[in-house]
Design a protein around this ligand. Structure first.
Ligand SMILES: [Zn+2]
Length: 394
């Protein structure tokens, strides 16, 4: 989603979008020419139940690195330079991670784009056609959000489905939205300003045009705004591909739950390493422990209980302090970070073990706490109206 005004680009046009001429790029997507859904029993959310091979159509949102792709460059305190940021890059990283994980787990996965160029930035009608031809059971569109305000900041997941609140037009969409929003809200390698929300697009946009990506699309499905990239501290995390992967693996677990797939057999370890002093540089809105300076450019080790390193993760320099061990066999481990006592964790299959760390630099620090403080403000009307001004295109 973005605050780009409706109708500014051909893809966001609120009016009729003529069916485009077939583009050769469309054939290069990962959708087979002919793919027919087999008839099967439907479960209580209308989606083919107990399938050995559920079909998921992933739409990593808009892209192309064009002006309508909403560049969001900013000065990064860790890099000490202005860095590029496009929502489309982090959306694509997350979607590619989902594709790999889901395929590994026996899903059939189709994608509306696998690159980020003008050529593969398809319009909504083309995306609809690809989704329809794929025979997918579920349409899953991946975005991050912006508040529509130059000053007010929020950070929470928002899942949108076609129809009115509580009455999605495609069976299963609302259930999927609830699962996805709830699972993302449980992510602790970030700081949320509140818990996740879900809405039907007709209710949310107060009209029956709703979300452009659902205009023709009748498949059960959602558009998920994983988080808010105009909350700068979240944008710093989104620069890290493994953070995008983490959001992707959480979304895969949601699909597993939706399709009643067995649990993933690996666990994940993730967290943020920060200091006990305030963030350096420009003052900005920060939720919970995001107000603390993150660590940059140091290794985090995952060790066995004897202290032998198994995996090393190098924290990047984008000022996010994020680390992640992506595929960890269930068991007990030590996490080793310079300046911090080794910490024993338990890794469970299909779960993320979060370990957020505050490095104490001041002896007199009484505020030491290795738990992140998640600020869940009460849901306010203002939060929701702030994000009603984008995304009608997609
Ligand atoms: Zn978007």
């Amino acid at each position: 989603m973005s605050m780009t005004a409706v109708g500014q680009s051909r893809k966001s046009s609120q009016g009729e979008v003529p069916p485009p001429k077939a583009k050769s790029s469309a054939k290069e997507q990962t959708v087979p020419e002919k793919s027919k859904r087999t008839s099967a029993q439907r479960n209580n959310h209308g989606v083919v139940a107990g399938q050995v091979r559920p079909r998921v159509f992933l739409n990593p949102g808009h892209g192309g690195h064009d002006s309508d792709d909403r560049p969001c460059p900013f000065f990064n305190e860790g890099m000490q330079e202005r860095v590029e940021y496009y929502e489309s890059d982090s959306n694509l990283k997350g979607a590619m991670a989902m594709k790999d994980i889901l395929r590994e787990r026996g899903y059939e996965v189709f994608m509306s784009r696998v690159n980020n160029t003008t050529a593969d930035d398809l319009n909504l009608f083309e995306i609809h056609q690809l989704a329809l031809n794929s025979g997918a059971d579920v349409f899953f569109s991946i975005h991050s959000n912006s508040s529509g305000s130059s000053t007010r900041r929020v950070n929470f997941p928002f899942a949108i489905y076609r129809g009115y609140d509580g009455a999605g037009t495609a069976d299963g969409s609302e259930q999927l939205a609830n699962i996805v929003s709830s699972n993302l809200s449980d992510c602790e390698a970030t700081s949320w300003s509140r818990g996740g929300i879900t809405h039907g697009d007709w209710t949310f946009y107060k009209n029956r045009s709703g979300l452009g990506v659902f205009r023709w699309n009748k498949l059960p499905g959602i558009l998920i705004e994983n988080c808010f990239h105009d909350y700068q501290i979240e944008r710093e995390r989104l620069l890290n591909k493994d953070y995008c992967w983490l959001l992707g693996v959480i979304n895969c677990r949601s699909l597993d739950k939706f399709f009643n797939k067995p649990a993933q057999n690996f666990g994940v370890v993730a967290g943020i390493v920060r200091f006990d002093y305030p963030r350096k540089g420009k003052k900005m809105v920060a939720f919970g422990k995001d107000s603390h300076q993150p660590q940059n450019g140091v290794p985090v080790e995952l060790c066995d209980l004897e202290g032998n390193p198994i995996q090393t993760y190098q924290i990047d320099n984008f000022n996010n302090g994020f680390y992640c061990f992506t595929r960890v066999r269930p068991g007990r481990y030590l996490v080793a970070i310079d300046g911090v006592e080794d910490y024993e964790i338990e890794v469970k299959a299909d779960k993320t073990t979060y370990y957020n760390v505050t490095i104490v630099t001041r002896q007199d620090n009484v505020d030491y706490d290795d738990e992140i403080t998640v600020v869940h403000s009460a849901g306010t009307e203002a939060d929701e109206t702030a994000i009603a001004n984008g995304e009608v295109g997609q």
